[in-house]
Ligand binder design. Structure first.
Ligand SMILES: [Fe+2]
Length: 262
């Protein structure tokens, strides 16, 4: 989320990669540029810090630069069920530094989203059938970019046993329900943002508060610039099956209580 989030990734991801022995890192970057969308240059910053893949979201193309950048950079993924004419792809098989095959897919939810996106359940079903876990893919990571926890939990169960991890994004507030589902899929309703939590979902709180309190907009939204908490989900998978062995919520730096693998 904005410059604060970019700074937190640049400062902390390299050390976390080493300290936690991370084989593969996915960063959701859709609000990293000025709080709306992502430029190709800022995506490259995430790759330099240690991201293997950057996902987008409903703000995928808010920065026009991304229309071209996504065609030139296969490590950027946009939602599967975005407009049919959108550039880029919504899922791809990657090779991790350790040689393992990791399939990453992203889809948008339908509840309380600004446009009526196509059905994400059938979209992810088809995508995952193309790269079955434990066969073509050593791990399957799904970023479900959606507003409500009910839809995200339904997606977790829909993909249980077929994905290594199903992680929600988009609300910018982490949920406390990290778990391994009965079919051995790691799940978290929402990973939260890498951003300044002295804010309204990452934006300087003045203007969002004014709009809620008075109903009268006066200025543009701008990202809050205090120290960000790097938020996310850590998961370990079984080398043989690709299923989740454990998951742990991650919160490093900034205002939220610290959490993560020991
Ligand atoms: Fe979003």
């Amino acid at each position: 989320m904005g410059r604060a989030g970019r700074k937190a990734i640049a400062a902390r991801l390299p050390e976390l990669r080493k300290a936690w022995g991370l084989d593969f890192v996915v960063v959701n970057g859709e609000n990293a540029t000025g709080g709306m969308g992502l430029t190709g240059a800022h995506a490259q910053g995430f790759f330099e810090a240690g991201a293997d893949v950057v996902t987008l979201g409903d703000h995928a193309f808010d920065q026009r630069d991304m229309l071209k950048a996504i065609e030139a950079e296969p490590r950027i993924i946009r939602p599967l069920n975005f407009a049919k004419t959108a550039p880029g792809v919504g899922a791809r098989l990657f090779t991790a530094a350790n040689g393992k095959k990791v399939f990453v897919a992203q889809a948008l939810g339908q509840v309380f989203m600004k446009r009526p996106f196509d059905d994400p359940f059938s979209a992810l079903d088809a995508a995952l059938k193309a790269a079955p876990l434990g066969q073509m893919a050593d791990a399957v990571i799904v970023d479900f970019h959606a507003e409500v926890t009910s839809e995200k939990m339904a997606m977790g169960h829909w993909l249980d046993g077929r994905a290594s991890l199903v992680v929600g994004t988009h609300t910018h507030v982490p949920t406390a329900d990290a778990q391994v589902l009965p079919g051995d899929t790691g799940f978290l309703s929402d990973a939260g943002m890498c951003g300044d939590y002295n804010s309204v979902i990452g934006m300087d709180k003045t203007e969002p508060m004014r709009r809620f309190i008075t109903g009268m907009p006066k200025a543009r939204f701008t990202p809050a610039l205090g120290e960000a908490t790097l938020s996310g989900l850590f998961g370990e998978t079984d080398d043989r099956t690709g299923k989740a062995l454990e998951v742990q919520m991650v919160r490093v730096g900034g205002r939220l209580q610290p959490q993560g693998p020991a």
